[in-house]
Ligand binder design. Structure first.
Ligand SMILES: NC(=O)c1ccc[n+]([C@@H]2O[C@H](COP(=O)([O-])OP(=O)(O)OC[C@H]3O[C@@H](n4cnc5c(N)ncnc54)[C@H](OP(=O)(O)O)[C@@H]3O)[C@@H](O)[C@H]2O)c1
Length: 355
């Protein structure tokens, strides 16, 4: 069985999660070598000496290394497009952290490049790999909830300004700015929930209306709260409230409720807490992790990366490809346009739209 040579670009918070996930996949026989590109010599030495990773010193060195099959891009949002284009040009399969890019035009270029070069482009929406999320999707696809009428999402989080946006030089270099983060809570934190909403809807978003504002983070100029109404094709409706202003922090949660012609389901922090259906399926659990902040699960990343490598081995599509990654970005950008224009934004958006 083919083992892959992989490389992770950027060892910030999430880059290290990817390396740890690949270390697990190396043990399982999916990965041969793990490369890292980092500006931190301490991290490069650590991964080299402790885990036998290969350290690279530039994007071009990674791109020109013909032995590398797969590159994971775990850098700030505004860098995703340029880096993905470079690696795909050199024939590498690319997995990019969410959001796929910060503009529709950039994301579409990435999708086209993957097609042109015959490589796979994947986007990291790891929550799709949580057990209960997969179970809920299976129930939806089997018709247990019936025709979906309405999906309600809530991403009620807290981000301390000093500890998150102003944490260090790296955080200050890209977080909280339209040109580099591409937006605030919607494009960064809530995009996972937007991806799940559009995936659960089994439809295509055609109109978005909403508001964004900044209520509690004066040092940044992007939104820390947003409210979106989304109309999907086939009379499926959704609403989403996302906030980084939730006090006290112990109250943070993410929730998705789905109402259909045969029943109702509630996902709470990736746990299927309630499912009531006319078909007789009846789930009713009380969550014990309800007050926890959602943590980044290294295990979910490992599942996603493994699925990507299996898709390569089997030469089949990876389910969260570039087109799929574009869908949530488009909803986010439509919300930003709607909030600015004070009217609903229709999808698909024009590729030049960067608002
Ligand atoms: N899937 C998830 O749940 C999840 C969770 C968190 C973040 N993310 C995504 O992962 C990506 C990175 O987020 P993060 O939280 O890991 O960010 P971060 O902690 O700020 O790390 C970003 C890293 O990118 C590298 N980098 C390369 N060029 C850079 C430049 N010009 N300016 C700043 N950094 C540069 C640096 O790596 P070195 O220090 O090694 O050089 C830096 O540490 C984003 O797309 C984010 O949305 C996803």
């Amino acid at each position: 069985m083919k083992k892959f040579n992989v490389c992770v670009i950027g060892l910030g918070m999430i880059g290290e999660i990817h390396v740890k996930a690949f270390i697990g996949l190396k043990r399982e026989g999916y990965v041969e070598t793990i490369g890292v590109l980092t500006s931190s010599s301490a991290k490069a030495d650590h991964y080299k000496n402790v885990y036998g990773c290969k350290a690279y010193t530039s994007l071009n060195e990674v791109a020109r290394d013909n032995t590398i099959d797969v590159v994971v891009i775990a850098t700030p949002h505004y860098l995703h497009h340029g880096q993905a284009m470079l690696f795909m040009e050199y024939g590498k399969h690319v997995i990019v952290e969410k959001p796929i890019a910060i503009s529709i035009l950039a994301a579409k270029e990435m999708v086209s490049k993957a097609k042109k070069k015959g490589v796979k482009l994947g986007v990291v929406f790891q929550h799709r790999y949580a057990d209960d999320v997969k179970l809920l999707k299976k129930y939806i696809d089997e018709g247990v909830i019936g025709d979906i009428h309405y999906i309600q999402g809530e991403v009620m989080w807290w981000r301390e300004e000093l500890a998150y946006y102003l944490k260090d030089k790296v955080a200050r270099s890209w977080r909280g700015m339209w040109s580099t983060e591409g937006g605030g809570v919607m494009i960064n934190q809530a995009i996972h929930t937007i991806d799940l909403i559009q995936w659960f809807s089994r439809s295509v978003a055609e109109e978005v209306y909403g508001y964004i504002d900044n209520l509690m983070h004066p040092s940044i100029n992007v939104e820390d709260i947003g409210i979106a109404l989304i109309k999907f094709r086939g009379r499926v409706y959704a609403s989403l409230t996302a906030s980084l202003c939730t006090r006290p922090p112990s109250y943070q949660y993410t929730k998705i409720k789905i109402f259909g012609s045969k029943g109702f389901a509630e996902l709470y922090n990736d746990e299927l807490r309630i499912l009531k259906s006319d078909t007789g399926i009846d789930i009713d659990k009380v969550s014990t992790s309800a007050t926890e902040t959602l943590r980044v699960e290294h295990e979910l990343h490992e599942r996603l990366l493994k699925d990507f490598l299996i898709a390569l081995r089997e030469d089949r599509d990876f389910p969260i490809n570039g087109e799929e990654g574009l869908k949530s970005l488009e909803i986010v950008r439509a919300l930003y346009i709607s909030s600015t224009m004070k009217q609903p934004a229709k999808l698909p958006l024009h590729p030049q739209t960067i608002a």
